[in-house]
Design a protein around this ligand. Sequence first.
Ligand SMILES: Cc1cc2nc3c(=O)[nH]c(=O)nc-3n(C[C@H](O)[C@H](O)[C@H](O)COP(=O)(O)OP(=O)(O)OC[C@H]3O[C@@H](n4cnc5c(N)ncnc54)[C@H](O)[C@@H]3O)c2cc1C
Length: 402
Amino acid sequence: MTHEHRPILIAGAGPGGLCTALTLQRRGVPCRVLERASHEQVLSDVGGGYDIGVNSLKMLDSLGVGNAVREQGRKTAEVLSYTHSGALFDRMPFPEGMDVAGVMRSKLQHILLDALDPSTLRCSAEIVDATNHDAGVEVTLATGERLSTSVLIGADGVRSTVRRSVFQDDDPPHFCGLSCAWGRTPLGDMTDDLAALMPPEDRALNVMGPGRILLAGCLGDHWLWSAFWQSESFERSESGPKSQDNVAKQFEGWGPMTRGLIDQARPETIVEVGIWDRDPAPSWVHDRTILIGDAAHPMTPFLGQGANSAMIDAFVLGNLLADETPEAAFTRFEERRKRAVEKNVKSARSLAGWMTTTNRLSAFAFRSMMRLMPSAVLRHAMTSADQVNDVDDLVPLMPSAA
Ligand SMILES: Cc1cc2nc3c(=O)[nH]c(=O)nc-3n(C[C@H](O)[C@H](O)[C@H](O)COP(=O)(O)OP(=O)(O)OC[C@H]3O[C@@H](n4cnc5c(N)ncnc54)[C@H](O)[C@@H]3O)c2cc1C
């Protein structure tokens, strides 16, 4: 890096923030991550899961943690699609040899944290304000402490404080008309009736009905499910038994597999959130501050690209910052990522509409397309969103991290 030695500050210890820190660390650039949550919260086993894509795994390999992710991850053999009453209408074999791993968010966080120098992460450090000035950026924490840095990377998620304060962007993200809840149903807690209905553990499930969808995959000792339903507005996140009742109400009248997964989930694992994205911003850069991941480009989860995009942003930006001035790195980063990722944001919004439509004709058309799609087209559909994440040119830059 061709600028001074104050550590780069990274806001947020999600997959974007931690991968940025790991990339910079591997390239010998000093950095610190400031995370609002406590250390205990960061390490706790809460949250949903991600399908880590082909390019992300290549990138994680070059950071020395790819195999740790594969070891924790689920391999999917087939995706089974059911109607809401429980009739199987489609089986899609997962493209053979595709290197993708389904992993719990908490496991991924642990793997990234274990690889980082322990002094990199500072927890209970909520950023409440950030301001660019001539010599860099000044960050204010909730405690009133002020920190100064040459570069601030906003990886602080969909409600980014960095975005609001530096970019003076008070616009809320766009509500996609969907609420979502995820939860875990342990294999050991299932009734015999439910266990008999569940497919083998290397299958992933889509259960589709008017205006609603439930997706599920088996991760270790439990099925992790995410349920989505159309809603006009979203007030605030909920969790626990209240959310379980709410999801159960939303999926009333559905088949016994869906109802069993919801009713037999551990209430403390259930979290209810809204689904948000953003229209393209004029820029992700403001002087010495840059946004990545959900802070820059939140998207619906239906393309499975949110965390993958955040991690690839991190890897690309970390490598550019190691080689160039911040100004040059930011320009090249936007040229490489902005248009391509924002195209995925648009596709993810449209896919959300198709997958949760209440229009019977559209639902029929979508299911027919899924049934008739040849495997080559399926493979293309599954890889095209990930193509923008190609990092083959950057992987050789990493020093051996094994
Ligand atoms: C149901 C569901 C399923 C999903 N499935 C997938 C999937 O299969 N594949 C995929 O790629 N993506 C998936 N996603 C999307 C994924 O969760 C997000 O895109 C991803 O977590 C974004 O990572 P990030 O690092 O940018 O932000 P985040 O993960 O949101 O992390 C932001 C961090 O910043 C911290 N923070 C916030 N404000 C402050 C502050 N003021 N000061 C300091 N710290 C702060 C937060 O505490 C948090 O730790 C899914 C999302 C949902 C809702």
